[in-house]
Design a protein around this ligand. Structure first.
Ligand code: SF4
Ligand code: SF4
Length: 415
């Protein structure tokens, strides 16, 4: 059945499913979500009819580019047959010329040759959680019996490498690695990890979204970490590793948008689904007051149109006064609304404000230099390819909004 697209108030950017609810085969000591202590017995997958209803409605609504994100607990516990069903349903319901993308966030320990071959065949982007070298990782990312997970994760990564699967590394920052930026960055370099992102670890007790978020690291520690990591990332103007925070910052220097939600102007219109079909606008707002419906009995269209989505989306642009006059607003956009909740559930300033300001100031000159080099290369390429350059008084091709003569034209002359 075709759903009438015009009835949808917000077209969503993407969806994320908590594939197996909280089931996980690790018992990381900072995990706020899983309570099975690394011993999942009764694994609940998304039910077949719910999965099919969702994919059918999502394909009918979204069209053309349709992204899916799969998380857990540990999503691989759903089993490979579950994901074979996913790709088969996607193929069944995708209209012609649809681009389907699947990403999955895993602890990596269950990846074997079969999984890696599957990921390659269906072009999954795999995020692997790894907190650094063995000693650092194994202090927190452990099995139910307390054994470190590093060796199993690296084995899983080797299967991904052998099968040529695209993967990235997600490192949770906590008190055990926040003072070790250099060690982490050198480890990624030694392992030739090309794509890395850092996530500050939230205290698991702070999941009530009406209360301020609590973190295991201080804003000062995070700021220092980012500055130290930046020095290594910058690599004398030739970055070798993609670090999400710095890539996002550089994008803004190049007049593009940050792709990480916390540094965009508004929160993206995503839906997060719990394994039972409950729908929420963000992983940080999993709470009854933000519930948008349940895909088992509500249509995707009604979930997207729920007025709570409007209320959620209104949060990010409601900036505290400090942000409104901040010199870094164009880079930061006030951070994440989850981190702006103060004691009395009012809008405060982002918990990591000080960290962001510190790294923005610290990195500015070098970011500017890097962006200038990239722009110079681009404008030179356009010229050398014999393509038409803008007139001196026309808008510059780099997207700055300035006249060409005041922007990239002088870069051509400075070669
Ligand atoms: S609330 Fe924060 S984490 Fe959630 S979408 Fe908005 S910026 Fe992203
Ligand atoms: S750096 Fe701080 S004050 Fe500036 S926009 Fe970000 S959160 Fe607001």
């Amino acid at each position: 059945m075709e759903i009438v697209r015009t009835n949808v108030k917000h077209m969503i950017s993407g969806v994320m499913w908590k594939t197996v609810s909280e089931a996980c085969n690790l018992a990381c000591d900072y995990c706020y979500y899983s309570r099975c202590n690394g011993r999942p017995d009764n694994i609940k997958r998304i039910e077949d009819d719910v999965l099919e209803k969702f994919i059918r409605e999502y394909m009918a609504l979204k069209k053309r580019v349709v992204p899916f994100a799969w998380q857990g607990g540990e999503p691989l516990l759903a089993g490979i047959d579950f994901f074979k069903k996913v790709v088969q349903l996607q193929a069944t319901y995708a209209p012609n010329n649809t681009v389907i993308s699947n990403s999955i966030q895993t602890n990596g320990t269950l990846i074997d040759k079969e999984w890696a071959t599957f990921f390659k065949k269906y072009n999954f982007l795999v995020g692997v959680s790894l907190d650094g070298p063995e000693e650092i990782n194994d202090a927190k990312r452990i099995t139910g019996s307390g054994k470190g997970s590093f060796k199993s994760i690296m084995k899983g990564i080797q299967y991904l490498r052998d099968a040529n699967v695209d993967f990235n590394i997600l490192t949770v920052l906590h008190e055990g690695n926040i003072l070790k930026a250099k060690e982490l960055m050198n480890f990624y370099k030694d392992e030739s990890f090309s794509y890395v992102q850092f996530i500050p670890c939230m205290d698991f007790q702070s999941q009530d979204p009406s209360q301020p978020g609590k973190y295991l690291i201080t804003p000062q520690q995070y700021g220092d970490f980012l500055c130290e990591a930046f020095d290594i990332w910058y690599n004398n103007g030739v970055p070798e590793i993609s670090v999400r925070f710095f890539d996002n910052m550089l994008a803004i220097y190049l007049h593009q948008q940050a792709e990480a939600c916390i540094h965009q102007k508004t929160c993206p219109k995503n839906i997060v689904f719990e394994q039972n079909g409950d729908a929420y606008p963000c992983d940080f707002f999993i709470d009854e007051q933000y519930k948008l419906g349940n895909i088992k009995h509500d249509s995707l269209e009604s979930i997207i149109n729920n007025e709570r989505m409007d209320q959620f989306l209104a949060r990010k642009p409601s900036l505290p006064t400090q942000c409104e006059s901040c010199e870094f607003l164009h880079l930061c956009h006030g951070g994440c609304p989850r981190n702006r909740i103060s004691e009395n559930n009012e809008i405060g300033v982002e918990y990591f404000c000080e960290s962001f300001k510190r790294v923005y100031r610290y990195a500015h000159e070098r970011m500017l230099e890097l962006a200038t080099t990239i722009k110079r290369c681009k404008v030179t390429e356009v010229k050398e390819a014999g393509n038409q350059l803008p007139g001196r008084n026309e808008n510059c091709l780099c997207g700055s909004g300035k006249k060409f003569k005041k922007c990239c034209d002088p870069l051509l002359r400075s070669i």
